[in-house]
Design a protein around this ligand. Structure first.
Ligand SMILES: Nc1ncnc2c1ncn2[C@@H]1O[C@H](COP(=O)(O)OP(=O)(O)OP(=O)(O)O)[C@@H](O)[C@H]1O
Ligand SMILES: [Mg+2]
Length: 400
């Protein structure tokens, strides 16, 4: 595998997607190849059938490799599901040296201390995200390196996952012919790909609504502050349409995408659409408003859960920049307006912030693009080109 290759593998409930990029020192990131196949063996964001998922992972890799004209060995993989949990923690360190200057080693040690939590058996930490440092009582410090102080405190956000699940994912990947470079929380990846630095600074919520999960994360003062994974997504909307109108899931999916909307406002009582009922029961007409109402009810339920999560975070009042929606379901007609009304916050749809190729210009690709950005961030930190990586901030965006 070439030295500067960065590979993202997004294992979603509905699609598996591989993105190969190359980092060139003076030119930035170049998109090399993309492979996308339907997902199998994944439910609510979690792999439930390893061989089936592995088969599709292999196929997605094959397509991306063919597209790029090269082979890959390892990939950064998205992780989601209800087993994900998060918590805040603090670490402390006394700087005893004469000059009192804070060095890289001090940051490593204080972050180590902040990551020391009593972990129940069967759980592991997947992200240790520094939020801010405190030097001699002065808080909100992003970059304490080189400062003088006697007491250093680190505040971190820890994301944990079920170890068994992580092992299953690694196995699935290896069976698919690829090594695991690391795991990245889906909402963190989607946020990295879509959020603007000023939004991350002022306070913003990313809500990635895929097929089987809705991933919520709050970014504030350039750091990730809160995460939550809800086991509900676009598949539930499709299912409601199928059950409510007595049509197949396949037809419900097409109907949702082409005629569906999350807003009943403005639809006339006499507007009708033709649908094909199940098991040869023939065609029938339904009111467009009925379809919209079915969708609207589920969307309302999803955003009630999102609102509960935001309140639980204690940060709802600080989300000055509002909400960014990503994931395939963010393409649902009327969703932006519906979300604005329900949450009473400004909303925009999050397209990946890359200019290199129009192929990736969809909120569906937010996660996989974010995985590549995360891979680049890790690479630069490992090579010492970036310091400890306090900032998720927009430093990497200069590479596009
Ligand atoms: N134009 C559209 N309008 C409405 N819904 C859409 C549209 N395009 C895609 N979707 C929905 O988006 C969902 C798939 O989104 P996405 O690809 O982000 O999911 P995923 O990553 O596979 O799943 P997850 O992240 O939940 O595990 C499906 O439920 C699909 O119906
Ligand atoms: Mg997804």
């Amino acid at each position: 595998m070439r030295e500067n290759l960065l590979v993202g593998l997004d294992i979603g409930t509905t699609k598996i997607c591989v993105l190969i990029a190359e980092f060139k020192e003076n030119e930035g990131l170049e998109i090399m190849g993309l492979g996308k196949v339907p997902s199998l063996g994944v439910k609510k964001g979690v792999i439930v059938d390893i061989p089936q998922t592995a088969r599709m992972v292999k196929e997605a890799i094959k397509r991306a490799e063919f597209d790029a004209g090269l082979r890959i060995k390892e990939a950064w993989v998205s992780i989601a599901g209800e087993h994900i949990q998060s918590q805040d923690n603090r670490g402390f360190l006394k700087i005893n040296r004469e000059d009192g200057i804070i060095r890289v080693r001090d940051l490593e040690r204080v972050l180590e201390d902040a990551s020391r939590v009593a972990m129940p058996k069967g759980r592991e930490i997947i992200h240790k995200l520094p939020q801010e440092f405190v030097v001699d009582g002065q808080d909100q410090i992003n970059e304490p390196l080189g400062m003088r102080g006697a007491h250093l405190e680190a505040r971190v956000h820890l994301v944990t996952a079920a170890s068994g699940y992580c092992q299953n994912m690694e196995m699935g990947l290896q069976m698919g012919g690829c090594q695991l470079a690391g795991m990245v929380l889906q909402s963190l990846a989607s946020g990295m790909a879509t959020l603007l630095p000023e939004e991350e600074d002022l306070g913003v919520t990313i809500v990635d609504i895929g097929g089987g999960t809705t991933d919520v994360a709050i970014f504030l003062r350039e750091g990730l502050r809160f995460t939550e994974v809800l086991a509900v997504g676009g598949n539930h909307i499709t299912n409601d349409v199928a059950v409510g109108l007595h049509i197949t899931r396949e037809n419900a999916e097409i109907l949702k995408i082409n005629q569906g909307t999350a807003l009943t406002d403005g639809i006339g009582e006499d507007e009708e659409i033709e649908v094909e009922r199940v098991a040869g029961r023939g065609k029938t007409k339904v009111k467009k408003k009925t379809l919209a109402r079915i969708i609207e009810l589920r969307v309302e339920e999803i955003f009630e859960l999102v609102d509960i999560a935001l309140k639980k975070s204690g940060l709802r009042g600080l989300i000055t920049s509002g909400v960014v929606l990503s994931g395939g379901s963010s393409l649902l007609n009327g969703l932006k307006e519906k979300t604005e009304k329900q949450l009473n916050l400004p909303v925009r749809i999050g397209y990946p912030r890359i200019k290199s190729t129009s192929r990736l210009n969809s909120p569906v690709y937010a996660t996989v693009v974010g995985l590549v950005l995360y891979a680049l961030k890790q690479k630069r930190e490992a090579s010492g080109q970036n310091t400890l990586g306090m900032r998720i901030k927009g430093w990497f965006r200069e590479f596009f």
